[in-house]
Design a binder for this molecule. Structure first.
Ligand SMILES: Cc1ncc(C[n+]2csc(CCOP(=O)(O)OP(=O)(O)O)c2C)c(N)n1
Ligand SMILES: [Mg+2]
Length: 562
């Protein structure tokens, strides 16, 4: 885990400084723990570059080939390091190109600050280049979006932006600075950077929820992204182990309970959620990924009681029928629940846990068949059969694709939290290269494996150029079924035919990566996947393993997210 995972709660007040707005902005970002700005050049934001170059030590400038990559890299940095990522986007099209990633950060609760260039104030209304009023455009997909009107207000405005982005519930903040003021100089103070501590949870509610757990016969705990984002991963594991609670993880909650742990029952998810009598959901919304918060009631059981635990009041579900809820610092909620449960007499969950464990074993045996499939064309699951044994405990695994990434969600059970990046509930294709760039920087010595659908790759593959220019080795593993598979299957199901779902056959994306200065190969024989992955991990360069897969091996999907 990188040094940026631990940020001091406050940094000393840097005192009075004189500089142009870019220098002031960089000083504030650095005080908040930012190490890199992700950007694509535009004159409106030159002062940020000058500020980065002249800082002591200089701040890293990571320049990309599409602003979506800069913004996705900032989002992924926020997810991985829990320090807001910083994207610097030039005025107008630079900002609008970053919008999907900003929306994704809002949906996923990822802390990030996006700095936009802005046409000069002294010409506003005269039609200068890219004169776009940006805050109203991004207001609905950010926690805050505003123009900082003068250089002297930059330190305060930036500090606010970082504090808002990293306070619960986390998310993106947008600021822009008119060009004339960006180049202007001011003498001002750079405030001490403080990390918001979150809200104290209601201890009565914790006692009530502990009582519900103690009385439950078939409880299930679900741990989501905010368990990691809120720094509650240790307390979560302690609660699970001290109480013996069967647990399912999703999003960045994956790895909080390590893969193979006897209480991790994600592989028995259907049985667990269909027949539980109490489901306690922590740090993730009750959205389509969790059946909108309706559990139990199957196989002759009663509907389950549902408890929602969130990092902040606004995150507590308003649509689901909740038996109880609590909001606030998740570490305090989880340690409070462990302590309260310890004091209570509770039913034994032994038979329930053993039942789920038996289901996990059956599912694992079924998985093993596909993971070792010899099928020709290759079944996408076989790729994971080869990848899993090659992943180290601290690997960062990133998914950008449809069905191919759904298979990853099924088979990859990380050993540690903070190493799994999926797009989250916004589900935007194209985050792949930006996320991989961020992961390589945030975890310099870890494996970074980017799982790419052939369709998804089209959104960001040009940023292999960025990997090459900045010497960032990443292993890209492509499930190439020559189609938008996740759309082809459902369209067939609904209409009996499909259109707009096929891509060119077996495109040599590996040759594209080579042309950009990386390396790669195509694989058509299942026995060659493993050796190809070994070469990729040993390459020390951006490397694409382009595995040609069976388009008919669709992911067996129970929900389409509607
Ligand atoms: C930006 C964006 N456009 C379109 C979609 C709709 N979509 C979801 S999955 C998918 C297919 C992805 O194809 P590919 O990456 O090749 O993965 P496969 O399903 O074939 O494994 C599409 C088009 C989306 N989620 N995001
Ligand atoms: Mg595909």
């Amino acid at each position: 885990m990188s040094a940026t995972d631990s940020v001091p709660e406050t940094t000393p007040d840097a005192g009075e400084v004189t500089g142009h707005a870019g220098e002031l902005a960089v000083a504030v970002a650095r005080a908040h723990g930012v190490e890199t700005m992700f950007t694509l050049s535009g004159a409106h934001v030159f002062p940020m570059y000058d500020g980065a170059v002249k800082a002591d030590p200089p701040m890293r400038i990571l320049d990309v080939r599409h602003e979506q990559t800069a913004a996705f890299a900032a989002e992924a940095t926020g997810k991985l390091t829990r320090v807001p990522g910083l994207a610097v986007l030039t005025a107008g099209p630079g900002v609008t190109n970053g919008i999907s990633a900003i929306a994704q950060a809002q949906f996923a609760g990822s802390p990030m600050v996006v700095v936009g260039g802005r046409a000069p104030q002294n010409r506003w209304g005269s039609g200068s280049l890219q004169e776009l009023d940006q805050p109203p455009i991004v207001a609905s997909i950010t926690k805050d979006a505003r123009t900082i009107p003068t250089a002297a207000e930059v330190p305060g405005g930036f500090d606010d932006a970082f504090r808002v982005a990293r306070s619960s519930h986390r998310g993106p903040v947008f600021v822009d600075i008119p060009m004339d003021e960006f180049f202007n100089t001011a003498t001002t103070t750079v405030p001490a950077a403080s990390v918001p501590r979150g809200v104290d949870p209601d201890t009565d509610a914790i006692e009530r929820i502990a009582r519900l757990l103690a009385d439950a016969e078939r409880p299930v705990l679900i741990l989501g992204t905010d368990v990691w984002a809120d720094g509650a991963e240790r307390e979560a594991l302690e609660l699970v182990e001290s109480a013996g609670l069967p647990t399912i993880t999703n999003g960045m909650g994956r790895g909080v309970i390590p893969g193979g742990h006897p209480l991790l029952v994600t592989k028995a998810r259907g049985k667990a959620l269909n027949t539980a009598d109490l489901v306690v959901v922590v740090g993730t919304p009750l959205d389509f990924r969790l059946g909108y918060g309706v559990f139990g009631g199957k196989e002759g059981s009663e509907p389950a009681r549902v408890v929602h635990v969130a990092d902040s009041l606004g995150q507590v579900s308003s649509h689901a029928t909740l038996t109880d809820s609590v909001s606030g610092r998740l570490a305090d909620v989880l340690s409070g629940l462990a302590a309260a449960l310890d004091r209570l007499d509770r039913r034994s969950w032994k038979a329930w846990v053993e039942d789920l464990q038996a289901t996990v074993r059956e599912a694992a045996a079924r998985d093993a068949e596909l993971l070792t499939a010899e099928a020709d064309p290759i079944h996408p699951a076989r790729i994971y059969g080869e990848l899993l044994p090659r992943l180290a405990d601290d690997a960062v695994v990133i998914g950008d694709g449809g069905d191919f990434v759904s298979f990853a969600g099924k088979y990859v059970e990380p050993q540690r939290p903070g190493g799994w990046l999926d797009p989250g509930p916004y589900g935007c294709l194209g985050a792949g290269l930006g996320s991989a760039i961020a992961a390589r920087l945030a975890r310099p010595s870890a494996q970074v494996a980017l799982l790419l659908g052939d369709g998804a790759a089209g959104f960001s593959l040009m940023d292999v150029d960025t990997l090459v220019r900045h010497d960032l080795p990443v292993v890209m593993v492509m499930g190439n079924n020559s189609a938008w598979g996740l759309e082809k299957g459902p369209m067939q199901m609904i209409y009996g035919y499909d259109v707009a779902a096929d891509l060119a056959q077996q495109t040599r994306y590996d040759e594209v990566v080579k042309a950009l200065g990386g390396a790669g190969e195509r694989v058509t024989d299942p026995a060659q996947i493993g050796p190809a992955l070994d070469r990729a991990f040993a390459a020390g360069a951006p490397y694409l393993v382009n595995v040609i897969t069976d388009v008919d091996a669709a992911y067996p999907r129970a929900t389409f997210g509607i």
